[in-house]
Design a protein around this ligand. Structure first.
Ligand SMILES: [Zn+2]
Length: 179
């Protein structure tokens, strides 16, 4: 037996499913764009990574890996896309935007996305695919999960007397712009 409440629930569930389908179709479309950028970038002498920042259904900016071309170890596709998107929007926040990447973001890029306050991160290939192609994404994720004492590169804390001074300056700054 169907009553009015059940019918409403069914309609709501159908609408939600349609929305999810639309989101999935949009995700696939933007991922395809990111993957094409990544593949084209190889032919252009760069690394096999591409990313797109999308807001309100439109592309804000894209990026490709330029590490070797620009001699910049941080010039990953996602970082490039985030930088370009922030310049385009004249803002340090990408709240309301989605970061699409041809491959699972490495720790650097994932954190860059968090700092940029993107709403979502969506990727196509994953860290295992990247590892098979010779990239260290998975290795760095595994490293971050281990005790720092076991790292091959020491990360050293030395709390010198002036360590807190920058934050004291920040807290007393009149025109600070929190981010
Ligand atoms: Zn990265």
């Amino acid at each position: 037996m169907t009553n009015a409440a059940d019918a409403d629930d069914t309609a709501a569930n159908t609408a939600a499913a349609d929305a999810a389908d639309t989101d999935a179709a949009d995700d696939d479309r933007w991922l395809t764009r990111a993957v094409r950028l990544a593949t084209a970038n190889v032919a252009d002498g760069g690394g096999p990574f591409g990313a797109v920042v999308v807001r309100d259904g439109a592309e804000v900016a894209c990026g490709v890996n330029r590490v070797t071309r620009d001699l910049d170890p941080t010039a990953h596709a996602e970082v490039e896309a985030i930088r370009a998107a922030c310049r385009a929007l004249e803002s340090h926040s990408l709240a309301g935007a989605v970061l699409y990447s041809s491959c699972e973001p490495c720790p650097l890029c994932l954190t860059a996305g968090l700092w940029a306050r993107v709403d979502r991160v969506v990727f196509a290939a994953d860290r295992n695919d990247a590892a098979e192609a010779g990239f260290d994404d998975r290795e760095f994720y595994e490293l971050l999960e281990r005790d720092r004492d076991t790292w091959p590169n020491p990360v050293v804390s030395r709390r010198i007397a002036a360590a807190g001074a920058p934050f004291e300056a920040w807290r007393s700054a009149e025109h600070r712009d929190p981010y």
